[in-house]
Design a protein around this ligand. Structure first.
Ligand code: KG4
Ligand code: ZN
Length: 351
């Protein structure tokens, strides 16, 4: 039974995890860096330094939690991009050092592939599945054909979904990270349907051909709604109404775009059609429910990783590493890191 250590350092979570080939998550430690709070967003230089400070302790904690030593590892996987490059280098270097000393394979994992495959760590979802990948940096609809084989049906033309949540939260004075704060505030809204009537936010791209997204118009509309509030400051009930209307609008945009992607995907006549949602924004329960209902309409299975595996973690990197290891797709110790690394580019990758 093989065991893989995963390391994640591409944004503001420093994380280490250990998975086994038979899908046991033996350890999953995540440190969410608090250093960025006062800046209202992630500061790359501070993130890189914090990863460097914490990564060794986290790897040790993961080994201890799994009751394993370095000698018990069969491979080590680290995020090699896309992400904030200083942090990515810290994780990649750590993985290279462990692999070199233990003489075990190293796997350079694409962070997005980590999100894309996580669901298979917890459920038996067969390829090909349709994936809505919604995170702080990405908003894409993809067909996951196999490990390393992704076809992008649509992507955002401007902001990512998570970015839009973060922006809305900032405008409402809810702090960072915005997604969970907006969701919590929306839950305080007494009448979501009425809130949506009061704030009929635009749904950019909805109804248009293709599967692309756009969120900048929605962001501007939220800003205008806040500016138009009579008191000059945002009262709690206004924040709740705007959060609820905003969240429902994101849900409407996502279901519109995903419905189009489903039609494309079903043309492949998959034996076990499935819609998977992944990435940090997939932790949002209202959005999950909207997408689950959509999948049901098309007689598709709906699957999403548990909440703690939606936001950044190293279990997803360890698992993507395992999927690659079991297919003989390991990397040389001189692999490089990439700030940008679209999933579709994995197709041409030979290792
Ligand atoms: O996947 P992730 O942890 O990091 C990236 O790879 O980007 O995603 C982070 C994003 C942030 O924008 C955060 O606000 C959003 O996911 N997010 C949520 C929720 N939890 C995290 N958005 C909406 N609802 C949530 N519950
Ligand atoms: Zn992520």
């Amino acid at each position: 039974m093989r065991t893989v250590l995963g390391i994640e350092t591409s944004c503001d979570e420093t994380a280490a995890a250990i998975v086994t080939e038979d899908k046991h998550l033996l350890a999953n430690v995540v440190l969410s860096q608090q250093e960025h709070k006062e800046f209202g967003g992630v500061v790359p230089e501070i993130a890189a330094r914090a990863h460097l400070v914490h990564i060794d302790t986290l790897v040790k904690q993961a080994l201890d939690a799994a009751n394993l030593a370095f000698k018990d590892l069969d491979a080590v996987a680290a995020t090699a991009g896309p992400g904030l490059i200083g942090g990515v280098m810290v994780g990649a270097m750590t993985a290279k050092a462990i692999a070199a000393v233990r003489d075990i394979p190293v796997i350079a994992v694409n962070h997005l592939e980590g999100h894309a495959l996580t669901v298979r760590l917890v459920e038996d979802v067969a390829f090909p599945y349709l994936l809505l990948l919604v995170s702080g940096g990405h908003c894409q609809l993809l067909i996951v054909e196999e490990v390393g084989q992704y076809t992008c049906l649509g992507t955002t033309r401007d902001d990512a979904a998570g970015e839009c949540f973060d922006k809305a939260a900032k405008l409402l004075g809810l702090g960072y990270p915005g997604g969970p704060a907006v969701e919590k505030m929306a839950a305080e809204c007494q009448d979501p349907a009425k809130a949506l009537e009061k704030y009929p936010f635009p749904q950019p791209m909805a109804g248009k051909a293709g599967c692309d997204f756009s969120f900048s118009g929605l962001k501007t509309a939220v800003r205008r709604a806040v500016d138009d509030l009579p008191q000059g400051t945002v009262a709690r009930s206004d924040a709740a109404d705007i959060s609820a209307a905003f969240q429902q609008t994101v849900g409407l945009i996502m279901t519109d775009r995903t419905a189009r992607a489903i039609k494309e995907y079903l043309k492949l006549e998959p034996a076990a059609p499935a819609l998977v949602v992944a990435g940090g924004v997939a932790a949002n329960k209202t959005l999950r429910a909207a997408l689950e209902a959509l999948a049901k309409q098309y007689n598709m299975r709906f699957a999403a990783p548990p909440l703690k595996l939606c936001t950044d973690n190293a279990a997803m990197i360890a698992w993507a590493g395992m999927e690659r290891l079991t297919r003989g797709m390991t990397d040389a110790l001189d692999f490089s890191v990439r700030p940008r690394w679209p999933l579709e580019e994995l197709k041409g990758r030979t290792t």
